[in-house]
Design a protein around this ligand. Structure first.
Ligand SMILES: NC(=O)c1ccc[n+]([C@@H]2O[C@H](COP(=O)([O-])OP(=O)(O)OC[C@H]3O[C@@H](n4cnc5c(N)ncnc54)[C@H](O)[C@@H]3O)[C@@H](O)[C@H]2O)c1
Length: 255
């Protein structure tokens, strides 16, 4: 099927690269008019490459979150879809996490989600409804591994926020959902985790590999589309079965 987002006005936050870029590309393919927003100036080249508009903004600040939404509204005359995907994932044991690092992670991942959603509320009400989709993670809401104390808290926090926002904004015709990706091979993953982590994670996934950004984009497209009109306040896990194995065991008994 094509044209699933025909004429819809979408803002994808954290889309200079990785999962966010793939979501923006997928939405453009389906006919959406897309603004991408990122703290990195590399977002300009991404926007040009995929046929979107770009606004530079740091959504960890209230001004940045408001500026991203305001630019999207000004460019396309309104807003129907918000995807808040920006996230950072430093890898630090809890005993070594400084208050500043804690605040930085919660500031982008959780407070940034709250602030972009809050900024998008008015324009979506004006449009008569809309779709909000946030990128959470399996790390936090379902599972975790050492070094993810702040990250897990931020991503589990998104799931709690999704439920509250879905309930409060249902009467406005706004649905609010999240995606919980497993381990997805992105630039950020390669930079922040390295080869050994990627090898070990791949071996623990029942489907035998890490996911691709495009596989997360398909889920975002579904949640942003008409087909998901009656889905709100929930999450979709896209992880190749990674959360399933009891005790990490994926060996099969002999036949
Ligand atoms: N890669 C994975 O395995 C994985 C798994 C689960 C969840 N996630 C989540 O998916 C999202 C994207 O991950 P990715 O691997 O594509 O990361 P990435 O680092 O490749 O891309 C993230 C993008 O967000 C932008 N960004 C960071 N801070 C920002 C800010 N303050 N304001 C605006 N933009 C900002 C970055 O510049 C970058 O372009 C994150 O929220 C991450 O936590 C990733």
């Amino acid at each position: 099927m094509t044209g699933r987002l025909q004429g819809k006005r979408a803002l994808i936050v954290g889309a200079a690269r990785g999962i966010g870029r793939a979501i923006a590309e997928r939405f453009v393919e389906e006919g959406a008019r897309v603004t991408i927003s990122d703290v990195s100036a590399a977002g300009a080249a991404t926007a040009e490459a995929i046929g979107a508009d770009f606004v530079a903004a740091d959504i960890a600040t209230p001004e940045g979150a408001e500026a991203a939404v305001a630019a999207a509204v000004a460019t396309h005359g309104g807003l129907d879809i918000l995807v808040q995907n920006a996230g950072i994932y430093p890898w630090t044991l809890i005993e070594d996490i400084s208050p500043a690092e804690w605040d930085a992670v919660l500031g982008v991942n959780l407070r940034g989600t709250f602030m972009t959603a809050k900024a998008a509320l008015g324009p979506m009400r004006a449009a008569g409804g809309g779709r909000m989709v946030f990128t959470s993670s399996i790390t936090g809401p379902r599972v975790t591994s050492p070094g993810h104390g702040h990250y897990s808290a931020s991503k589990a926090g998104i799931v709690g926020f999704v439920r509250s926002a879905a309930l409060e904004w249902a009467r406005d015709g706004i649905t609010v959902n999240a995606i919980e990706p497993g381990n997805i091979l992105t630039e950020g993953m390669k930079e922040d985790r390295g080869e050994a982590f990627i090898r070990e994670m791949s071996a623990s996934v029942p489907l035998g590999r890490l996911g691709t950004p495009r596989e997360i984009a398909h889920a975002a497209l579904f949640l942003a589309s008409e087909e998901a009109a009656y889905i709100t306040g929930t999450t979709i896990v896209v992880d190749g079965g990674q959360i399933l194995p009891e005790g990490g065991m994926i060996e099969m008994p002999p036949r």
